[in-house]
Design a protein around this ligand. Structure first.
Ligand SMILES: [Zn+2]
Length: 51
């Protein structure tokens, strides 16, 4: 995993813990990648199954 991505994941995790809405993440905690890279994953295209 690239360092920049790892740092962004940490930052998003912390921000979400602090109350940020998950939709505002720039990374995906589930897939450990940038949010746009898995935006068309079935888990994300069917929000009811997301969590
Ligand atoms: Zn994802």
């Amino acid at each position: 995993m690239e360092k920049k991505l790892a740092a962004a994941l940490d930052r998003d995790d912390a921000a979400e813990d602090a109350g940020m809405h998950p939709d505002n993440r720039e990374t995906c905690h589930t897939h450990q990648c940038w949010a746009h890279e898995c935006a068309d994953h079935p888990m994300h295209t069917r929000p009811s199954a997301a969590r």
